[in-house]
Design a protein around this ligand. Structure first.
Ligand code: NAD
Length: 379
C-alpha cells in the first residue's frame, strides 16, 4: 500500500488521496525528515520547503504541491533524484483575480473614484495577471502590462517597460518568486522602484512576499500618507512585520487563492498527476456543481456600486483585513501563530461563478460587467 504524507490544510486530502493509498496528515511546517522517511509520495503547500534537507534518505518518488507558486520546491534536486513532481498551475487563478478586484472595488468605494478614470499596472501577465488585466479593461480602466519573459517569447506588442507601468494609479504584482537570472523577481519592487510610484498610488501584492522589499515599503508608506497598499503575501511568513500590517489598507494572511473552488482544483490537479505516476485509475471525481446562491444588488447606481454590492456579499475582504489587523497588536510570536491559524481556519469562500445576481432595476451595462466577472445574472 502506498504511503502518502499530505499537509493537513489541503482541502479533501484524506478523501481524495485515500483512494490511492494510506494518507497521513501533518501540519505543513512540521513536515521533517523523520516524518517523510518511509513515504512514497509527499503532498505539500507553500509552507513546506522541499529540498535535500527534507528528502535525503527517504523513499519518496513523487512530490506534489497543491499551489500555483513553486518557489518552496528545489526542483533541481528532485530532478537529480528522479523524483516526479507536479504543481497546481492555474488552480486558484480565478480566486486570486477575484481577491484583487474585491480589493480594488473596496479602494474605489473608499475614495469615490470611477473605474474608467483609473490606470491599472499589471506586472506578470500569466494565468492570474491576464485575468486581472481582462477585468480591468472590462471596467474601462487603462491597463498597462509588463512581462519581459512573455514579451520576448511572444510577438505581442502590448508590453511596456516596468518603470512606465509603475506610474499607474494601481499597480498589482503577479510574478513568480525567482532568485536568479535576468528576470529575477526577489525585491523586484525595491526602494528605487517604489520611488517611481505616484504619491497616492495603490500597490497590491498577491504574488510572494519577497517580490517587494517590505522594509522599503514600510518606509515609503510612512513617507506617503496618501498611498495605500494591499498585501496578501509578506516577507518571512508567518513571522511578518506587525508595523507593516498596521500601515497597509488591506492586510490578509496569504489567502487570496483560498476559495473552495481554487483549493479543490489544486487537490484535483495533484491527484491526477499522482494517479498517472503510480499508474492507478482515477476513482475520485469532484461533486457536480450545486445550484448557485442568489444575491441581490442595485442596477441603477453605476458599475462601482453594483460591483461593490455584489462582491462584498460574496467575499468580505474587510473581515479578512480586520482579523489580521487585530493580531498585529500581539507579540511577534503570537502574531506568527495567528497568521497560520487564520489560514488554517479560513472561512468558506466561493468563487463568483457560484452566485446568481438579481439586478434591480435591470441595467444591461451592469449585467455585462457582472457576467464578465463570471457571476450568473438574473436580469
Ligand atoms: P504564471 O506562471 O501563469 O504567470 C507568471 C507571469 O510572470 C509569467 O507570464 C512570467 O513570464 C511573468 N514574469 C516572470 N518574471 C517576471 C518579471 N521579472 N517581470 C514581469 N513578469 C515576470 O503564474 P500565475 O498563476 O499567474 O501566478 C503568479 C504568482 O502568484 C505565482 O507564482 C504565485 O507565487 C502567486 N500566487 C499567490 C497566491 C495567493 O494566494 N496569494 C495564489 C496563487 C498564486
Amino acid at each position: 500500500m502506498l504511503k502518502i504524507i499530505a499537509d493537513e490544510n489541503i482541502l479533501l486530502a484524506e478523501q481524495v488521496f485515500g483512494t490511492i493509498g494510506e494518507v497521513v496528515l501533518l501540519p505543513g511546517r512540521e513536515l521533517d525528515r523523520a516524518a517523510v522517511r518511509d513515504a512514497d509520495a509527499l503532498i505539500v503547500r507553500s509552507t513546506t520547503r522541499v529540498d535535500a534537507e527534507l528528502l535525503q534518505g527517504s523513499r519518496v518518488r513523487f512530490v506534489g504541491t497543491a499551489t500555483i507558486g513553486t518557489d518552496h520546491i528545489d526542483r533541481d534536486y528532485l530532478q537529480q533524484r528522479g523524483i516526479a513532481f507536479a504543481d497546481a498551475a492555474g488552480s486558484s487563478a480565478d480566486a486570486v483575480a477575484e481577491y484583487v478586484f474585491a480589493a480594488i472595488t473596496q479602494l474605489v468605494i473608499d475614495t469615490g473614484a470611477r473605474f474608467r478614470d483609473l490606470s491599472l499596472g499589471v506586472i506578470g501577465v500569466g494565468a492570474i495577471g491576464s485575468r486581472v488585466a481582462r477585468y480591468g479593461r472590462m471596467l474601462g480602466m487603462n491597463v498597462l502590462l509588463n512581462d519581459p519573459p512573455l514579451a520576448r517569447s511572444s510577438a505581442r506588442p502590448d508590453f511596456l517597460p516596468l518603470d512606465e507601468v509603475l506610474t499607474a494609479d494601481i499597480v498589482t504584482l503577479h510574478v513568480p518568486l525567482t532568485r536568479s537570472g535576468e528576470d529575477r523577481t526577489v525585491h523586484l519592487i525595491d526602494e528605487q522602484k517604489l520611488g517611481l510610484l505616484q504619491p497616492q498610488a495603490v500597490l497590491i501584492n498577491t504574488s510572494r512576499g519577497a517580490v517587494v522589499d517590505n522594509q522599503a515599503l514600510s518606509r515609503w508608506l510612512q513617507a506617503h500618507p496618501q498611498a495605500r497598499a494591499v498585501l496578501d503575501v509578506w516577507e518571512n511568513e508567518p513571522a511578518i512585520d506587525a508595523r507593516l500590517v498596521q500601515q497597509v489598507r488591506l492586510a490578509t494572511p496569504h489567502i487570496a487563492g483560498y476559495s473552495y473552488e481554487g483549493k479543490r482544483n489544486g487537490t484535483l490537479m495533484v491527484y491526477r498527476a499522482l494517479c498517472r505516476e503510480f499508474a492507478v485509475p482515477e476513482h475520485w471525481q469532484p461533486e457536480p456543481a450545486e445550484e448557485t446562491h442568489r444575491i441581490r444588488c442595485r442596477g441603477d447606481a453605476g458599475a462601482e456600486i453594483a460591483l461593490y454590492e455584489a462582491v462584498s456579499q460574496v467575499y468580505d475582504i474587510e473581515a479578512d483585513n480586520e482579523r489580521l489587523q487585530r493580531a498585529a497588536g500581539e507579540n511577534p510570536h503570537e502574531l506568527a501563530q495567528t497568521f497560520d491559524h487564520l489560514r488554517k481556519t479560513y472561512p468558506l469562500r466561493r468563487d463568483f461563478s457560484q452566485y446568481t445576481v438579481v439586478l434591480s432595476p435591470v441595467s444591461m451595462e451592469v449585467a455585462t460587467i457582472l457576467s464578465g466577472f463570471r457571476f450568473a445574472v438574473d436580469a
